[in-house]
Design a protein around this ligand. Structure first.
Ligand code: ADP
Length: 238
């Protein structure tokens, strides 16, 4: 649950990135956060994930309020309870696909169970590519490694920031189908920032931001309903 106000800068340079946003993400749901550039999507994701602080309000993440935690506790919380997927994959180039996927477990001081990691690799369709370095994989395969890495600790929430922003449309669809399958089959909770109506249509719920406020929500969004809503937002006077 996020109930947030966030401003950056001071005086004339003050920018209100989030202007009293209240949103909750129920367990086992897939939410798309949409909105024009500068509407506060990334700030909301950062605050929801406990990577950025709110000036007023609260973030309650997996039952914990990050504002009440020390930096060390927050690092542990992020490592254990949250997975991240980024537009640019952010894989370590000198590690194989399997080693990249195992990394969050090793960082948490756990010894990866090979059979378990094989299962995660199979879930994302990469059993045959486990020994490849990221440089030897396609963009879509690299993003599937990144998704496997996000899922390997069985986090309560996966936050994805424009996960298909660097992929072509066919590969994007495969990656979005994978995310949706993780929600349907594993009950994974996913929160995804996107500006792409086709991507948002894979989610069960879309939240629209404009000028740091939630201006609309859609259940079972379609590419058409999302595009129509976005078109109205982008022409709306400030
Ligand atoms: P979006 O992801 O929808 O493009 P952002 O959350 O990145 O929007 O930004 C919302 C507003 O807050 C923008 O006006 C942006 O310039 C401002 N903003 C975001 N991060 C910072 C920051 N670290 N310092 C100053 N202003 C920021």
């Amino acid at each position: 649950m996020v109930d947030a106000r966030r401003t950056y800068g001071a005086g004339d340079n003050r920018v209100t990135a989030l202007d009293g946003v209240t949103v909750s993400f129920r367990a086992g749901t897939f939410t798309a956060i949409m909105g024009p550039s500068g509407s506060g999507k990334s700030t909301l994701l950062q605050c929801a994930a406990g990577l950025d602080r709110v000036d007023a309000g609260h973030v309650v993440l997996t039952g914990i309020d990050p504002a009440r935690k020390s930096q060390t506790e927050l690092t542990l919380l992020r490592r254990e309870k949250i997975g991240f997927v980024f537009q640019q994959f952010n894989l370590l180039p000198s590690l194989t696909a399997r080693q990249n996927i195992e990394l969050p477990l090793r960082l948490a001081g756990r010894t990866p169970d090979p059979a378990y990691v094989d299962g995660v690799l199979a879930d994302v369709g990469l059993r045959e590519r486990a020994g490849h370095l990221p440089g030897g994989l396609s963009g879509g395969q690299q993003q599937r490694v990144a998704i496997a890495r996000a899922l390997v600790t069985r986090p309560e929430v996966v936050f994805a920031d424009e996960p298909t922003g660097a992929l072509d449309s066919k590969t994007s669809r495969d990656v979005l189908d994978l995310l949706r399958r993780m929600v349907a089959e594993r009950g994974q909770t996913i929160v995804m920032v996107t500006h792409d109506p086709l991507a948002a249509a894979h989610a069960g719920h879309a939240v629209f931001l404009a000028d740091g406020r939630i201006v609309d929500e859609l259940a079972e969004p379609t590419a058409e309903s999302v595009a129509a809503r976005m078109a109205r937002l982008e022409v709306a006077p400030c």
